[in-house]
Design a protein around this ligand. Structure first.
Ligand code: NAD
Ligand code: UGA
Length: 521
């Protein structure tokens, strides 16, 4: 018999012993320290154990057969869509999402969801009030939950030890305290947030400090990408669930796997230990971002040699060992996670003295920063080394298409640098203008905002495309050219326009990783 939590094994020293015959049993307790050799403590007296079920030391997390009350703490880009999908696919389970942000919770319950994500509105409309509920009453929700997913933010720390690299775990730790204080029975707690490897240990320590209940801490990182979140959740490449490799850990893991198995084929649900699961999430983001930085690291050479980075990506992507995805060169990767997760990985390596590994991963972020700043340098250089007073239309502010999210968007870096050069900016984006207004407010009159691209380009000297919104290539570029001051420049930071067509219309065109097209001799 194995008590997973205390790693205690009760051993009966007689080979023929039967439960009905327990009075003659000598009891040994083996206590394992994690990853050390077991030590044996012999309990000196011979004890009578009436039945196995009543052994008082058998403290294990009682996992219900089916997790019918699902709670998620954190109603953000991950918590909201993920739980909406679970509610859609598991109509006989109740899913509650809580948050400390009352405004966000109110938005989830309204027609104006907190952010734009294709297909999300429909999933929420189908499930809200049926088996999907949003609330700010966190204690009540914890009290009735069978399983708690934690999907709070884990941003880069801005202060103290590890500032600028380590993950800020304060929000996550607050939830651990709250769960401990409000739990009414044993619980499975699932890390949905992206966390440093070995966070589950800390979580368990907080959860089991003085509380009456026991907790099984699992890792189930989320791999959805914004803009395609619903499709990613509906048909994930894989779902990953990590647990302690103990019977109770495995039981909890199976119960969580069963939730996903309601719509995800079992062979796409991977199980592993907690540490591998935690690190796999950081590693996946680091690999994806590394591919972008690798292709971006070729762009300057392409621009100077006449090679075309898209052609190079097409050629290398046909190698089945490399594959075609995530090889789109551009102004740089944005989003709330790539930079933060790589910096977290860098910090984890540094903490363990792994200098070379830390430097390797850090270079992915450095390359990205270089790509953003050199884009502006090229703009200024092309426009005769001054953009002061020039009107520049920025088409696209979101960090990628199909989202209103602007966290770590390269467009902000570009806008900030151009505003420092005293350019007159007009920012245009179909969904991200509310965020842009807040984030660029400090530039005052140097920046204005416009929903209509044709109005945005009126009298402009240059257009910079910074988000690959589908509508931008489809604009009437002859009409845009006619409205602009001459010479008219286009800087395509996402390689989404037909640059030869633009050149023929009269534009001077620069695209990432392609030789410039200029009408100047
Ligand atoms: P987010 O900022 O959009 O949402 C987090 C929410 O948690 C916020 O609404 C916040 O108010 C709430 N919160 C914070 N502390 C709380 C507390 N103590 N109690 C209740 N609510 C609390 O963040 P996000 O983008 O959803 O990311 C969440 C986690 O998921 C992060 O670790 C991130 O790295 C990871 N992740 C994000 C994405 C993504 O596409 N955004 C994808 C995969 C993984
Ligand atoms: C990324 C990962 O793709 C998700 O798997 C992960 O769950 C998520 O981070 C996370 O942990 O937050 P996301 O940032 O939402 O998702 O969007 P991506 O599609 O990965 O794009 C990130 C950035 O890279 C965007 O700015 C995009 O324009 C840029 N990108 C992407 C390129 O420049 N080139 C490419 O080939 C692909």
């Amino acid at each position: 018999m194995l008590n997973a939590e205390f790693r205690t094994i009760l051993v009966f020293n007689h080979p023929t012993i039967q439960p009905s015959n327990l009075s003659t049993v000598q009891l040994f307790t083996f206590i394992f320290a994690p990853s050390t050799t077991p030590t044996i403590r012999t309990i000196p007296t011979i004890r009578t154990i009436p039945t196995i079920k009543t052994i008082p030391t058998m403290k294990t997390v009682k996992t219900p057969k089916k997790l019918t009350n699902i709670l998620c703490i954190g109603a953000g880009y991950v918590g909201g869509p993920t739980m909406a999908m679970i509610a859609k696919k598991c109509p006989d389970r109740k899913v509650t999402v809580v948050d400390i942000n009352a405004e966000r919770i109110a938005a989830w319950q309204s027609d104006a969801l907190p952010f734009y994500e294709p297909g999300l509105k429909e999933v929420v409309a189908e499930t809200l009030g049926r088996n999907l509920f949003f609330s700010t009453d966190i204690p009540a929700a914890i009290a009735e939950a069978d399983v708690v997913f934690v999907a709070v933010n884990t941003p880069t720390k801005t202060f103290g030890q590890g500032a600028g690299r380590a993950a800020d775990l304060q929000y996550w730790e607050k939830t651990a305290h709250e769960i401990r204080e409000c739990a009414t029975h044993d619980l499975i707690v699932v890390e949905k947030s992206t966390l440093p490897v070995r966070t589950a240990t800390a979580m368990k320590r907080v959860l089991e400090s003085g509380g009456a209940h026991r907790f099984e801490v699992l890792s189930n990182p989320e791999f959805l990408a914004e803009g395609t979140a619903i499709a990613d959740l509906e048909k994930p490449d894989r779902v990953l669930v990590g647990s302690d490799e103990t019977p109770t850990g495995a039981a909890a893991r199976e119960a969580v796997v069963d939730i996903y198995a309601e719509w995800v084929p079992r062979d796409r649900i991977l199980t592993t230990n907690v540490w591998s699961s935690e690190l796999s999430k950081l590693a996946a983001n680091a690999f994806l971002a590394q591919r972008i930085s690798s292709v971006n690291a070729l762009t300057e050479l392409c621009e100077r040699t006449g090679a075309d980075v898209d052609e190079v990506a097409r050629a290398i992507g046909r190698d089945s060992r490399i594959g075609p995805k995530f090889l789109r060169a551009g102004v740089g990767f944005g989003g709330s996670c790539f930079k933060k997760d790589i910096l977290n990985l860098v910090y984890l390596c540094e903490q363990r003295g792994l200098t070379e590994a830390a430097a390797y991963w850090n270079s992915v972020v450095e390359m990205n920063e270089h790509q953003e700043t050199r884009f502006v340098a090229e703009m200024v250089h092309a426009m005769f080394n001054t953009v002061a007073g020039k009107r520049i239309a920025i088409l696209g502010y979101a960090f990628k298409a199909d989202t209103s999210d602007t966290r770590e968007t390269p467009a902000k870096v570009v806008a900030d640098l151009l505003a420092e050069e005293r350019a007159q900016l007009v920012v245009c984006d179909p969904y991200a203008l509310p965020n842009a207004r807040k984030e660029l407010a400090r530039h005052g009159d140097l920046v204005s905002f416009e929903e209509d691209p044709y109005t945005a380009v009126e009298g402009a000297d240059a257009v910079a495309v910074l988000t690959d919104w589908r509508q931008f290539p489809e604009l009437d570029w002859a009409r845009i050219f006619a409205r602009m001051r001459k010479p008219a420049f286009v800087f395509d930071g996402r390689n989404c326009l037909d640059r030869r067509e633009l050149f023929e219309l009269g534009f001077h065109v620069r695209a990432i990783g392609k030789a410039p097209l200029s009408h100047f001799a």
